[in-house]
Structure formats: C-alpha cells, structure tokens
Ligand binder design. Sequence first.
Ligand SMILES: [Zn+2]
Length: 211
Amino acid sequence: MLKEKTCYSCGEKATTKEHVPGKNLFPRPRPSNPALITVPSCTLHNNSFSKDEEYFLAVFMFSNAGVSDAGSKLWEEKIHRMYKRREAQGLKKNIAGSFKNIRLQNPSGSFSERIAIEIDESRIKNVIGKIVKGLYFFEYEKKMASSAKLNIHFLKTSNDFQFVEKQIQYLKPGKRSWAGVFRYMHYKTEENTDSIWLLDFYGVLHFCIAA
Ligand SMILES: [Zn+2]
C-alpha cells in the first residue's frame, strides 16, 4: 500500500503539491528537462505565488539578477504584467520608496551617482526558508524537523564568498538544476538532522542556509 503523502512543511495530510522554488521564479517556457521540483503540500502551505515571492522577484529584478539572461526574460514577462495589475500597486510603491541615490567613488577618484535599493530581508528570508524546507523534503524524503531553526545568510561581500568557498568541498550538488536560473548544493550528516544549503539564483544571487 502506498504511504499517505504528507505536507513538506507541517506534516499534515497533503492534498496538493507545491513547486520548489515557486514556478514564477522561472522564465517561460518553464523548463521540463529536468522538470521543476514539486513536493506534497497541504492547502495552507501551497501559496503558489505569495506576496513575499512577488517581492523577492521584483527586488531582484533591480539587482544584478536583472541583467542576467533569465533575469531580463523574467523582467519582461512577469514584472511588467504584474505592475499593470491594480493589486500590485502597493508593491510598486513599496519598491519605489526603497530606492535611493548613492554616490560611489570610482577607482579613478571621481564620483558617480548610482541607484541602490534597500531590501526588506525578512521578506526575502521567508521565501528562502520555504524553498529550503521544500528542497529538504525533496532530497531526504522527509519533513525538516519543526524545531529546526533556519539561519539564512544573503551572500554579498567577498568575505561571504570566501567563507562559502571553504565549505563548498563538503557540499554536493542537488538532484536537479537549471543552468543560469537555479541550482543548489547541500550537506547533511546521516546521524544528524542539521543541514547546510547553498542556493544560487540566476548565477548572481547566493544564499547560504544552516538549518
Ligand atoms: Zn502544511
């Protein structure tokens, strides 16, 4: 008899499935080889495109991700459409309000103006946390312990990357990846439930997560 499927997040009976990462983070045509990852989910934990995911996507279109191939495709097809919808107006204001001009000193000593964005990292971390829980279920075929605390680090400085480079030898690639869009690496000991994750979005956005 088949085991009853349980939700990747809460362990209750699963009635639907959830894409990990959300399918809206992939430009169209959505990849089929390999297929996108799905995990069993209850209705509560299947919010296919939550407000936080919209924010995640919109914020990153203003970052380096926006200039990658996947990023610019996503920008055109998704954000454009999203901004036309009335319900996205709040989001637009929110993002517009977080822009500010900063002065950067160039190596030559001259100054240039640049637009930077202040990111609400708690919302970004909601999205990343959900993805990690989904990937955990996908890789290890069980739910991450409810007691697990996620320590999410958004890699930005060269120190961040140097730290990760030292850890990378311990990590193994995820079962699936999509070049230029999303890939991940992970590590978990057999006897321990602690795990480490490295997520790469569009080749330019990196997160390290200890769970
Ligand atoms: Zn659930």
